[in-house]
Ligand binder design. Structure first.
Ligand code: SAM
Length: 238
């Protein structure tokens, strides 16, 4: 059996004998760009059924069909950590979403803060970045990118989820996290940082833990990766 090098995310159930009808874009990628033909092998995942080895059964310019052959890997869920982040410039927001998917977050929530100066967020485009990142990093799960919400609403929706509140006002310290198991969220502010009102609200929440990310002020995209590294190493699956 030839080795499958291409991993593809499909919005389709996967299982023994299951046929997967390809979209025009997927067919173009597999048969036009990657030059696969009937009989070639591909790895498929859908974020639910794990990873499956599939074979090209039909290949055309505008479509095609893959047939599932065998399960390769089970679904592996990342730890229950969300990333709440204030969107910044487009390319840097794309970076945050891509890296957060690779780092193993379960959900991403773009938040509108007092100093968020990014315009509207195109959720579908960001979701596509999360899918690409999962394809590339070997993940079997794809984190959901939520619609942008105001910070106060996002905080109200957290339930009893703990918050790693990355507060630039704490700069100079170490990222000390309490040893609390269960669901968490990492919160990163915008280029302008948090307002006094937002900071006061967060400091008033028992479940929010203000942390420093070392002795330097990091750009928001760097801060997101640094914070997730710390969280994963301390409480996650690293
Ligand atoms: N304009 C702010 C200032 O000058 O203080 C800096 C904001 S920083 C570019 C964007 C976000 O990254 C912050 O709101 C915070 O969430 C996070 N961040 C950056 N550096 C940090 C640090 N050393 N400690 C904690 N959080 C940090």
């Amino acid at each position: 059996m030839s080795e499958a090098k291409i991993r593809l995310y499909v919005e389709h159930p996967l299982g023994e004998g299951q046929s997967v009808v390809l979209s025009r874009e997927q067919a173009h990628y597999l048969f036009g760009v990657m030059r696969l033909s009937v009989g070639a092998h591909v790895l498929l995942f859908n974020g639910v059924d794990g990873e499956w080895l599939a074979e090209v059964a039909e290949a055309g310019k505008r479509g095609g069909v893959l047939a599932c052959i065998a399960a390769r890997r089970p679904l592996v869920m990342p730890p229950d950590v969300w990333l709440l982040f204030a969107p910044i410039k487009k390319a840097r927001t794309d970076f945050i979403v891509e890296k957060a998917a690779e780092m193993g977050v379960r959900r991403m929530v773009p938040v509108q803060t007092a100093f968020t100066n990014a315009g509207r967020v195109q959720r579908d485009r960001l979701q596509a970045h999360a899918v690409e990142a999962a394809e590339q990093c070997g993940g079997t799960f794809v984190p959901e990118v939520a619609e942008m919400v105001r910070l106060d609403r996002a905080l109200a929706d957290l339930g009893d989820r703990q918050v790693m509140f990355c507060d630039e006002a704490e700069v100079g310290g170490a990222p000390v996290l309490p040893d609390v198991a269960g669901p968490w969220a990492v919160l990163i502010g915008p280029e302008g940082g948090f307002s006094d009102k937002e900071r006061a609200r967060l400091h008033g929440m028992d479940q929010a833990h203000a942390v420093a990310l070392g002795p330097r002020i990091l750009r928001a995209d760097t801060a997101a990766v640094a914070a997730l590294t710390v969280w994963q190493q301390r409480l996650g699956d690293w």
